[in-house]
Design a protein. Structure first.
Length: 222
């Protein structure tokens, strides 16, 4: 199969029909992932065999001016002995996100196929991770995708209390320094709502994404 034959013809996500699903199936490769994220679309596998590509009608975003940091977390942040890095251990971060047990979930959408595809996306320079270290031990982190100057958060994990929250705050500071003022978090969760995230209409999200891309920000310089 040629590269052109493997490309998915994604429709305008604003015209998707069924519960935010804009396409199903196709190759989960770097070319399709890059094109999808730049259109505001992301894969959300049901299992290893069924691959919907989604752009929800209500999109969760976190505007950095609306960021809420509790007094407790602010104190922990000031006192923490953790140290942080970017892109030092992407494969371990995504593997831990895929395998960590979550009280509110049974199973994971981060299938082996997803892990492989996003590791390749990382090697191509489009997927990035934040690591939280306790000494030489990885104790928390998150990963996401740079969609052409706008960042889409994917998943996080924590082996120590508040490690993933501190990873998020570290990421936000990094993105702010690069000129970005919001990030995509795809689907709302209680965890992100507590940070001040909100939902916006899909059409507004797509417009906001386009405006961010037009700024040509370099979020993760080499």
């Amino acid at each position: 199969m040629s590269i052109d034959e493997a490309l998915i013809s994604f429709p305008d996500p604003r015209s998707s029909s069924f519960e935010g699903i804009v396409a199903v199936g196709g190759e989960l490769n770097t070319a399709n992932l890059v094109r999808a994220y730049r259109m505001g679309i992301f894969p959300w596998p049901i299992d290893e065999h069924i691959l919907p590509w989604c752009c929800p009608e209500q999109r969760a975003v976190l505007e950095f001016n609306d960021l809420h940091v509790s007094r407790r977390l602010a104190r922990i942040r000031r006192q923490t002995l953790f140290h942080f890095s970017i892109d030092e251990s992407f494969e371990e971060v995504i593997f831990r996100c895929a395998t960590i047990e979550r009280k509110e979930e049974s199973g994971t959408w981060i299938t082996p196929r997803i892990v492989s595809a996003y590791c390749e996306l990382h090697r191509a320079g489009h997927a990035h991770s934040v690591e939280v270290w306790e000494g030489a031990t990885l104790v928390g982190g998150l990963y996401g995708v740079d969609g052409g100057g706008a960042f889409s958060g994917e998943s996080m994990f924590s082996d120590r209390s508040d490690a993933s929250k501190l990873a998020l705050l570290f990421l936000i500071e990094h993105l702010k320094q690069r000129g970005l003022d919001w990030m995509d978090i795809q689907v709302m969760s209680p965890h992100m709502k507590a940070f001040g995230a909100k939902e916006i209409d899909r059409s507004e999200f797509v417009e906001r994404l386009s405006l961010a891309q037009n700024r040509n920000l370099v979020l993760f310089p080499l």
